[in-house]
Design a protein around this ligand. Sequence first.
Ligand code: ADP
Length: 585
Amino acid sequence: MRDRLSRYLPMGLTLCLGVGFSIASALWVGRWEQLTQRSQFQQQIDNLATALQRSANRYNELLLAIGDFYAVSDNQVSQAAFGRYVQRSLLSYSGIQALEWAPRIADTERAAYEQQLLQLAPGHSLGITERNADDQLVRAGDRQEYVPVTYVAPWQGNELALGFDLASNQTRRSALERARDTGKSAATGRIKLVQETNQDQYSFLVFLPIYQEAAQTPRERRRSLQGYVLGVFRVADVVEEALNDLSYSVNFYIYDHSATSDQQFLGFYDAATQRLTTVVETTRASQHHPLCPTITACTHTLSFAQREWQIVFVPSRLDEQQYTSWGALAALIIGLLLTGSLLLYLSRSQAELDRTRELSDLKLRFFSMASHELRTPLSTILISVQSLDANRDTLSPQQKASAIDRIHTSAKRMTQLLSDILTLTRAEAGKLEFAPEIIDLEPFCIQLVDDVRSNLKTGQCLSFEFNSDYSQAFLDPKLLRSIAINLLSNAVKYSLEGGKIQFNVMSDAQFIHLQVIDQGIGIPPEAQKHIFEAFYRSDNVGSVPGTGLGLAVVKTCVDLHAGKIQVNSRLGEGTTITVLFPRIA
Ligand code: ADP
C-alpha cells in the first residue's frame, strides 16, 4: 500500500496541480481578456455616444444661428432671405427634412395672414390647416391664435407643411410652449410628418422661440413671442450621418426618455448595415452579455433641446464571435499539454526507476542464488575429491565410482546453471541467437527422451507419443532442446518415485503442440503466474534442488519462436505444460 502510494503520489499530485493550475490560469486569462474587451467596448460606446451628442449639438446650433440671423435682421426676414440663408445648411446637413419659420398669428390677423399665404403659394386655398380625426388635412378651426408654418425650405417635398398650424397638435404644442416659456430650443417627441411620404421613419421637430424684445420671465416671454424658427429632422439620417466615420460592430437602441413609454422607441441601429431602422419596434434590450453586465453600464444619455435620449448599446453578433475567449482556451490547452508532458516524463522516469529496481533485485537474487547454488556442488566436488585423494587405497571400487558420480552430477548442475544464466543474459541483451531450421521432429524427440530417461528416479516411467500429421517443423534445434529438456527434467524432479510422465507431440491447423504431463507435486495457483520469472521457486518445492531459471529459459526460447505456453496444474495431483509453436515459424 505504502509502496503504491509513493509510486503514484507524485503523478497524482502533478495531475491535480497541473489541471488545477491550467484551469486557474485559463480563468485568470479569461477574466483579464474579458476586462480588456469590456474596456475596449466601453471605449467604443463612449466614442459612439460622443459622436451622437456632437451631431445633436450641431443641429441645435444650426437653429441658434438662424435665430441670430433673425436678431441681426430685427426679426424682419423675408421668405427669399430665409431661403438664401439656410441654403448651404440644407446641403451639408443630411438629416434635415425642412427648416421653417412659423409666426404667432392671432385670430384677428387670420384673414390678412391667409391672403399673404395665397401670395406666397398661389392655389393654397385652405389657409391655416390642421389634421382632423381621420388624419386628413383640413382648414383649421377657430382659435385665439395659431402658429402656422410660413417659410419652408426646401419647398419641394414639404408643400403640405405650408399653413399647417403647429399648435393644433398636442405633441408639437407642448414643445412650442416649453420653448416659448424657457426661451431655449425645445424638441418634440417622435412624430410622423405631415409631408412624410415614407411612413417608415420617425422625425422630430426642434423649435427656437423668437421674441420681439428681450424677455426674462415666462410671462414676458409669452407676451413678446413673435414666432418660431424650427427644424424638422429625420432621426435615421441624423444618426447615420453622425456615425459615418465610425465603423464599430456595436448595435444600439435609441429611446426618447422624455416621452411616454409607448412613444419612446426611436430606432434600432444595426452596425452590420449601418442603418437605423424603425419598422419593427424592438423591445428594450435586456439580454445579459459579458461586455454589458448591466443595462446601465451600456446606456448613455444624450441631452438635446430639453429632451433626454437614451442610447442602449449591445454588442453585435459579429462582436460576440470576436470576443470569444481564445486566450483562455489557449491557456487551458497549453496548461493541459504541459501537464500531460510532465506526466509522461514522470511515468517514464518511474518506469525506468522500476526497471532499475527490478534489475538490482535481480542482481541481488542472482548473487545470493549463485553463491548458494554454486557453492553446494563445488563443496560436493571438493569433498569428494578430498575423500578420493585421502582414502585412495582404502576405498572400495564401488565407493570410488559413487564419489566420481557425485562429482559428475555436481559438475553437470554447475554447467546447467551457468548455461541457463548465459542464455538469459544473452536474451536480455538481445544477443541470443535464433536459427530455425527444418527438423525431423519424431527422431529429434526420441533422442531427447532417451537422454532424460537416464535421469529418471526409481520406478518413474517416461512415455513418448508422436501424434502429428507433420513430421517436420521449422524450429531452432538448440532452443527446442533447451525447452524440452527443462520441461522434462522439471517433470522428473517434481514427481515422486514411481510417477508416470507423458511426453506428447501433436499438431493442429495452426500449432505444433509439445506437451509434458506429470503426476507430481503440482504448482500452487498463486505461484502459477510467477513461475516464468527468473529465480522464482514456489513454496512447495521442499528440498528439491533447483535455481528457478529453467522456466525463464523456456519462456525466452518460446518467445523467440513467437509461441505460447499453457500451464494446467493442480496441487498434489500433477502438472501439464504445453508449448504451442506456430506452424509457420
Ligand atoms: P527450478 O530450478 O526451481 O525447477 P524452474 O524455472 O524450472 O526452476 O521452475 C520454477 C518453479 O516452477 C519451480 O521451482 C517449481 O516451483 C515450479 N515447477 C516447474 N515445473 C514444475 C512441475 N512439473 N511440477 C511442479 N512444480 C513445477
